[in-house]
Design a protein. Structure first.
Length: 415
């Protein structure tokens, strides 16, 4: 059942986060024309925090630049806010709600999506969630008709990674039995992946979990986890972690002579990009969108333009933000600036961009997982292993409760 929308009175006089705007002059919702667009991104860039990356911001800026060349009048703002501190993300959301953009993009981790999502969902504000907790699906406790998850659900990604480990990697490594060391971050991301692995592992012969370690998203010493993995007899590591501890874990494993295959998600590549993984031997990573491994002309054009504009190669975050701005522009051009109409248009998304966005019944737009290796011990060039489509996951099979619950109105963020 669709969550009842209610009016929310927002007090933002004490808002302290700075908004960073680019492009043209503000246009309010009542006077925006067919070729006007107003989008807000809520994330930190490199240098603002240890977790900040510039890819989201740069992807949006490139889309804005291209749209303006096509005759659009675009206002793009960035509100710096933490991807892990709910109070920071909520304060940014209060500003977004007051500004009433055509769409906003934020909630970059499960740790902020789950508490802030319910407050977003009781409005009609078109929203792109940049993380993918099960709670964020359309009928989930943190989801709603107006929230669209850009990335495949964590469950969908790790179901495919487990399949890869228990079949393809098993054959490649000539393993009679796959003995997995499962490494999990202690945010909700970790338990979701653990539940997925426990649910699916029975589908594969001679594949089991022999060790499970956990760590915080800000861990800087993984000695305990390394020794536990080393003593477990594991021959493959499957990791669901954040970038910084991912880099520390791989480095300390290698320092301790543990060179077994290490398979991780998008955070692992962010660690590689940050030069925190000095030895890429036996490292496999996955992303929901890898522009450099896409062969169509659209992806090649995007990579060329992005690299020229910003001086570095784009990743999944760059491409997904770029595509999300275009998807919003297409919706606005079709239905105008009414929020409910935009939500309805976004629900019908089937967009062939740099990434492939096609909405499902869960309001999940991401449709595939790309698994790759690196070309050499110190060569970050990605080598395609396989690209697989993800399947829709019915609510009753999701690892997290998806019962719709009333969300208390947002007022001001906690100090």
């Amino acid at each position: 059942m669709r969550r009842l929308k209610s009016a929310i009175v927002v007090a933002v006089a004490a808002a302290t986060l700075a908004s960073v705007g680019v492009a043209t002059n503000p246009v309010d919702a009542q006077t925006r024309g067919k070729k006007d667009l107003y989008v807000i991104g809520v994330y930190e860039i490199k240098g603002e925090s240890p977790l900040g990356i510039s890819n989201f911001d740069d992807g949006a800026k490139l889309a804005v630049k291209e749209l303006e060349k096509k005759g659009w009048t675009v206002k793009y703002e960035r509100i710096p806010a933490s991807a892990t501190a709910a109070a920071s993300q909520e304060q940014a959301w209060l500003q977004v709600q007051q500004k009433q953009p055509d769409a906003w993009m934020g909630m970059g981790s499960s740790g902020v999506f789950i508490p802030v999502g319910p407050k977003v969902a009781v409005t009609d504000q078109p929203t792109f969630g940049l993380s993918s907790p099960s709670e964020g699906v359309k009928t989930g406790a943190a989801g709603g008709d107006n929230i669209f998850v850009v990335r495949p659900l964590n469950e969908q990604v790790y179901s495919k990674l487990l399949q890869f480990v228990c079949t393809d990697l098993k054959k490649q490594q000539k393993l009679k039995e796959v003995k997995i060391a499962l490494n999990l971050v202690t945010t909700s991301f970790g338990p979701t992946v653990e539940n997925t692995v426990n649910r699916d592992i029975g589908n594969y012969k001679n594949c089991k979990v022999v060790n499970t370690t956990t760590n915080s998203f800000s861990a800087t010493d993984m000695t305990e986890q390394v020794l536990s993995i080393k003593d477990s007899g594991a021959n493959v590591i499957l990791s669901a972690n954040f970038p910084a501890p991912s880099g520390v874990l791989v480095s300390q494993l290698r320092q301790n002579g543990v060179n077994i295959p290490f398979v991780g998600g998008a955070s692992l590549n962010l660690a590689v990009d940050a030069n925190s993984v000095p030895n890429l031997t036996n490292v496999w990573a996955s992303d929901d969108c890898v522009p450099e491994l896409e062969k169509d002309a659209k992806a090649k054009k995007f990579i060329k333009a992005y690299t020229k504009e910003f001086g570095y190669a784009p990743n999944y975050a760059s491409a997904q933000m770029y595509d999300a701005v275009y998807v919003t522009a297409n919706a606005v051009e079709k239905v105008g600036h009414d929020q409910k109409a935009i939500d309805k248009a976004l629900a019908g998304t089937d967009y062939d961009g740099v990434c492939d966005f096609r909405n499902d019944k869960n309001n999940v737009l991401g449709r595939s997982v790309t698994i790759y290796k690196y070309a050499g011990p110190t060569d970050k060039t990605k080598v395609l292993v396989k690209k697989v489509n993800v399947e829709f996951v019915p609510n009753e099979e999701l690892g997290a409760p998806t019962t719709t619950v009333p969300a208390s109105p947002a007022t001001t963020a906690a100090p």
